[in-house]
Design a protein around this ligand. Structure first.
Ligand code: PEP
Ligand code: MG
Length: 755
């Protein structure tokens, strides 16, 4: 029969273009195989993909051979005629395959009767993507013309198939990671790094990757048949669930959470979204599959939008899809119930954190360092113990495993023995909030009577309640970026004013220290189009962003000044690198005061103006800064990062992130001496402030003011009460004499044991 090669090439081209619309990757490959077989008039056409990391060709689609063979037949490069085509990067055409020495016969796939064999490698440049094979039972069936045609086809398909392959690799990787095949009876202890202190125990829940859920068709194909009524029921269940969650979050997190679930609610109200699913169901598609297909389509549409904020909405589409499927399939629902669970996840976004918190998660294990620093800060405010660990095996934990999470020390125990559990519970009795609140004293003194002030770091307004209960002596750091990070757009001056007023009224009569917007680096705004930066931590961060976007900066300053009218108001600027920058920022503040006064708006007209000490450049210029600013707060988290050039969110270099590095300690001393010498105020507000290993050193170099997460106030007070100033000064003197990290590490450990 004459073969219509031109038509085939044309159809394949079309097929490539429609690939993105295909419901799944397997379907696309299968269609390609069928189309090729039909046009080549061959009885068999099979597509093998080559997976480089495994050095393996895998049969992924076939017309003519048994379908069960898909994914089962695998070959190494050079193995059999197919492997030979890949290894030698040339077509292999054989007239009588069974007689060929390289022919590799696979029993039970139905291949034995096909004698004519033609394999063409699928290549893109030098990349080996796979092999396409056509077979026919007639001997000597394929001509030179066929070889050229198949070559042309493969070169047209190569690009698309390569994309399919990448997606399949992701799917496979995710499946591998999710399957519970790690022997946790032999591996019962994992050591990570504390992100948010506290202890928790509960069953595990690996956060399912949304991508995996939507790439995997199996569970949906195997699902029983559902009706249109079932689907509508799932929609209304999902709506009421979202409504309940939204209310919960609003109550608890009024400042940041107003719109967290709204995008999802809107999706369910979008007629075209729901109708698209309904239409498919009416055409006979089982509702779970229809949901998946439409969610897939919508996700794709969102992901291809230019605007970053809208692109992010793809997550919401997927979340809605998952909720709908859970409510439809029912049995799968428990898989997404996180209440009282210790959740293991690759990474989470701030909005996910709020969701997890409202879903009642007890603890969190995060496997990557990405976007971690404000995730850790959020976790602390939400009082979710958090451990960071760079070990993907933990994703294989199943929901049966019980976890004991000691986030104070970064320890993860899997299915601990009863005696371990008992000992742990005895050592960490449940902290009774009321008891602690009663025990904490209104003012703090060292063992020998020196006065120390302990203030609260406030990230979310919900921290205020704890700060009040634990008698924090003011707010030493309000991280004003949180309402900006979690909301869907820049909050207006009025919106900020409402939040800031609550903050000021939350601790009446106390010092309130606002830090102006500190975004960039790892704290990104989803709605803001950042220009791509190679090194975001060294880029348009923090005060640099504010000085580049003075309209946003001034709105914030005006809101702070208005909310702070009549209060003991302090305003500080983050990440200041030069005196000029400080003066420029302060000038904006003065201009805002003048403007507000002209407009007759009540405001604070003489706030204390300070700065964070976070950059090494400040150390060298500290005397000049001390002449200019009213007060200083050392942000040790960034100070260490920039002093040692160690990304604070990168797990791979976490071992180099050393608060006790001699350069860090000596710089801190230098800063403290200069500021105190100028009679200005100095405080520490980074994580070192509540670390039992370093508190004594700070007292030793003359620092008497600390700002810590509000729930850590009692603990910090207890630590201070054990310290005496002469001993602290001696310790600081000895530490400052050391030149080597190793010697200081020993001293620091020794200090911890004593505590
Ligand atoms: C710091 O850098 O220590 C600090 C307190 O600021 P943040 O952690 O918010 O960057
Ligand atoms: Mg900082």
């Amino acid at each position: 029969m004459k073969r219509n090669h031109a038509k085939l090439i044309c159809d394949i081209g079309e097929l490539s273009m429609t690939c993105t619309k295909s419901p799944c990757l397997e379907a696309f490959l299968q269609q390609s195989a069928e189309l090729t077989a039909s046009h080549m008039n061959s009885e068999v056409c099979s597509i093998y993909l080559y997976f480089e990391e495994r050095q393996e060709l895998v049969l992924k689609a076939t017309k003519g051979l048994k379908r069960e063979a898909v994914d089962k037949v695998t070959l190494k490069p050079g193995e059999g005629l197919t492997g030979l085509a890949l290894k030698e990067l040339r077509p292999i055409s054989v007239k009588e395959a069974s007689k060929h020495p390289d022919y590799k016969y696979f029993p039970s796939i139905g291949e034995e009767k096909y004698e004519s064999f033609l394999a063409v490698p699928i290549l893109r440049g030098h990349n080996r993507i796979g092999v396409i094979v056509v077979q026919n039972s007639k001997r000597n069936f394929f001509t030179d013309d066929d070889i050229n045609t198949l070559r042309a086809i493969t070169s047209q398909l190569a690009n698309t198939i390569e994309t399919v392959k990448v997606l399949m690799s992701i799917e496979r990787k995710e499946k591998e990671e999710a399957e519970p095949d790690v022997d946790f009876t032999a591996m019962k202890f994992f050591k990570g790094r504390s992100g948010s202190v506290g202890v928790a125990e509960g069953k595990a829940a690996a956060l399912q990757s949304k991508q995996q859920y939507f790439l995997c068709d199996q569970c949906l194909e195997q699902a029983k048949s559902y009706t249109l009524e079932d689907f509508y029921h799932a929609v209304s269940l999902t709506e009421s669930e979202l409504d309940r969650l939204q209310k919960q979050v609003e109550e608890k997190l009024a400042d940041v959470a107003s719109l967290i679930f709204t995008a999802q609610v809107l999706m369910l109200k979008d007629r075209s979204f729901i109708d698209a699913i309904v239409q498919r169901v009416k055409k006979g598609i089982n509702p779970p599959l229809a949901v998946k297909q439409i969610v897939h389509e919508y996700t794709h549409r969102f992901q291809s939008l230019e605007n970053a904020y809208l692109r992010e909405k793809a997550h919401d589409v997927q979340d809605v899809g998952i909720s709908l499927l859970e409510n439809l399939i029912g049995s799968a629902a428990h898989q997404y119930d996180y209440s009282d669970r210790i959740v293991v996840a690759r990474e989470v976004f701030p909005s996910d954190m709020l969701k997890l918190s409202s879903l009642g998660v007890k603890g969190l294990i995060l496997l990557t360092g990405g976007i971690t620093s404000h995730i850790a800060i959020l976790a602390r405010s939400l009082e979710i113990p958090l451990v960071f660990i760079d070990d993907f095996r933990l994703l294989k934990l199943s929901r049966r495993h019980f976890i004991l999470l000691d986030a104070d020390n970064g320890n993860i125990y899997i299915d601990p023995e009863q005696k371990v559990l008992d000992a742990f519970r005895e050592k960490h009795p449940k902290q009774d909030f009321e008891m602690l609140a009663k025990l904490v004293k209104p003012s703090t003194h060292t063992a020998d009577g020196a006065r120390v002030i302990i203030q609260a770091n406030i990230n979310l307004l919900c921290d205020l309640k704890t700060a009040r209960a634990f008698k924090a002596e003011g707010i030493g750091l309000y991280r004003s970026e949180f309402p900006f990070i979690v909301r869907p757009d820049f909050p207006t001056e009025e919106e900020q004013f409402v939040i800031y007023e609550k903050l000021v009224k939350g601790l009446p009569g106390q010092e309130i220290t606002f830090r102006t917007l500190d975004i960039g680096g790892d704290k990104v705004l989803s709605y803001y189009e950042y220009e791509k930066e190679e090194n975001p931590f060294l880029g348009m961060r923090s005060i640099r962003f504010s000085l580049q976007h003075k309209d946003i900066f001034r709105q914030q300053l005006r809101a702070i000044l208005r909310a702070g009218a009549g209060a003991d108001l302090r305003i500080m600027f983050p990440m200041i690198s030069s005196v000029d920058e400080f003066i420029e920022a302060r000038q904006e503040l003065f201009d805002c005061i003048r403007e507000l006064k002209q407009q007759g708006k009540p405001c604070h007209d003489l706030p204390k103006v300070g700065m964070m000490v976070e950059l090494p450049s400040v150390v060298e210029l500290i005397n000049e800064f001390a002449g200019a600013a009213d007060f200083f707060s050392i942000g040790t988290n960034d100070f260490i990062q920039y002093m040692l050039a160690v990304d604070r969110t990168n797990e791979k270099v976490a071992y180099l992130y050393l608060p006790h590095h001699p350069a860090v300690l000596r710089s801190l001393k230098k800063v403290a001496d200069a500021v105190i010498g100028h009679g200005k105020e100095i405080a520490v507000c980074g994580d070192m402030a509540y670390d039992e290993r370093y508190l004594e050193f700070f007292i030793g170099i003359g620092i008497r003011k600390f700002s810590v997460d509000s729930h850590l106030v009692p603990r910090t007070q207890q630590l201070v009460e054990k310290i005496s100033v002469p001993a602290a000064e001696k310790l600081a003197f000895e530490w400052l004499r050391e030149n080597k990290v190793a010697d200081l590490s020993r001293r620091v450990e020794g200090n911890q044991e004593q505590n």
